[in-house]
Structure formats: structure tokens, C-alpha cells
Ligand binder design. Sequence first.
Ligand SMILES: [Zn+2]
Length: 376
Amino acid sequence: MSLPGCLLDSSFLFQPRKPPMLLFDAHLDLAWNAVEWNRNLELPTSEIRLFEKHYTDIVPGDCTVSFPEMQRGNMGLCVATLLPRLHRKDKPLTFYQSRESTYAAGYGQLAYYRAMVRKGVLQDLPTGAAVREHCELWQKFLTGEVTDRPAIGYILSMEGASPILNPQQVDEWYDAGLRIVGPAHYGPNEYCHGTGSVGGLTADGQQLLREMDRVGLLLDATHLADQSFWEALDIFGGPVLASHHNCRSLVPSDRQLTDEQIQALIQRGAVIGAAFDNWMIKPGWVKYVTSPDSVSMNDIVTHIDHICQLAGNANHSGIGTDLDGGFGREQSPGDLDTIADVQRMSELLSQRGYSDADIEKIMWRNYVEFFERNLK
Ligand SMILES: [Zn+2]
């Protein structure tokens, strides 16, 4: 026999609990960290930090990204890059001195991803169907339908196209698993102008974009200098994304997107990933001068909100942390210890008035659906 009062209590108790949120990160330089910084990403970040205490002049600050932390944050899918940086004149020995070296290093980083796939830590997602299946597997895990934790799925990208030795070589890279190319990084290269430089595409750069179109590679517009950005959008007819990019109207500097650029990306169906690098989040933030605590993840919500306001919906915003992009805790929001804390963005978006459906779009759905649609 049940009492009316108990009925009320039990219906409250048996309300289905919301499953944890899946996360998609559109920009991580995992292999660069593993191969060039010699980081064992299978270790907890606490152990990586301890080991690196002895090498503070070599590695960036306290590491925030490793596979256990990505798993703890339910970061089930990501875009993972090949990032062999070509030389910068002020640091001649820190970067590769020839394109052939970057080509070789690109394959070295690719070998790392393949080794992690063989080990079951990572899962390569080269097609839209593979992205959908992997997302469904994660949903089943998060709702308790399956008990084994899935691998972290990744779509292979290249940041800075120097390892593509000539435009026709895109076939070789596509066959190797590459699906996204960001032609630019910092400064000019053989194809285009990147962050901190001014200018358009070279003849080879124009050809590269046509070849990318032909083979089905997606364009990552992040890091393109303004003139190169507009020329690339004119020439390239395929799908475009901006993997780790904030808003110039909030933080002046060419590293951020103007409102006009954001509108153009929205028109093209792009998803723009919010970057978690402090100097791109708050104006005037200077490394080793300004405290990381002066920036919080709530400031990133402001960038996301700006893009959503321009779009009139939440269909074009995502997360592209770049948290392992050559910096650590010293340059990340003060309320973030590791990448697992990116989960807290849901709560912050909710406090800003975003609905559950829109939060889900920003945290993973926009990117998952973008790749489902656009990867052959
Ligand atoms: Zn970058």
C-alpha cells in the first residue's frame, strides 16, 4: 500500500538523470605534443607536469591535455592536427628549416596517431558515417547502454600546409587519411599569408585550394590573413570551418575574425570553434605579465554568444580549444585546470540563458553534423 505523500517523493526520485554531456574539440595538436615535445599523452596531466618541471626552458607551461583528461571530460571526438612548424626567423633552430623536413615530420606525427589507433586509445574517423557511428557509440556509453569507454575519435587535419610539397600532392595526403587543411599558420608560407602577416594567396595557394576541392578536403580558415581569407573563400567551393577562432570585435588583432568574416563563414555553413588561449579571449592580455586568473571560461561564452547573435541562432558555434597549442595553464583561463574542465562550459552557457538543445549544439552537435554532412 502506498501513501500519497510517498508517491510524490518517489516520482521525484525516479526522474531520469541527465546523462553527462559529450564534447567535441575542433582543434588539438596531439601528435605535435607527443612527438615534438616528447609528451606521453597516456599519462595523467599531473605526471606530465611533474616530469616537465625539470625542463621549464624547453616545454611550455603546465600541461592541460592528455588522453585520461580528455576521457574524464567526455571529449569523445576531436579534430587532431599534423603541425610541423616551418622556421620563424627570430627562432631559427626551434622550427624546421625546409618544407621537406616538415613533410617528413608530418608523416612522423601521422605515425603517432596510427600507433594510438592500434592501441585502441584513438579511433580515426575519415568519413561522415564513421563520425556518426562513433558519436552514437559515445551516446550509448554516456547513457549507460554500453559499459566500455570508447576510444577518442579524431578527424585528421593539417595546420599550415608546408608539408604538402606541391598542390597535386593532396591526393597522397588524402589517401594517408588527411581530411582538413588549414593552409596558414603564423606568418607567410608558400601558399598564403597567415597570422601576423599581410597579403593574399600565391599562385600555388590558389592551385592548392582547387586541388583540395577536387579531392574533397575541407578548408580550415583559421590563421588565414585577411586578404588570403577572402581570396580563399572566393576560390574554394567546398565546405569551410574555422577550427579555433574568436571575435575581433571583442579582441582586436588579425588573429581574430571580423564580424564580416563571421557572417561570410555563417553563409557558407561553417562552424566556428571557440579558442581557449587567453590572449585571444580578453583584449590586452600579455603572457607572463597578465595573470591567467584575469580570464575565465565565462569570457569565452561572450565570444560564442557574439557569433550566435550574428547568426541569429546557435548553429555555427562550437568548441576548438587549442589547449595544447604551445601553451599550458599559464595562458589558459584561470578557472581551467585541465581540458576536462571544458565540460563546465555547459553550465556557463546555461547561466547565459542558452537552452539545453542549443548547449548541446555548441558542445558537440554542430561539429558532428558538419562532418557527417561534409566528409565523403
Ligand atoms: Zn593555431
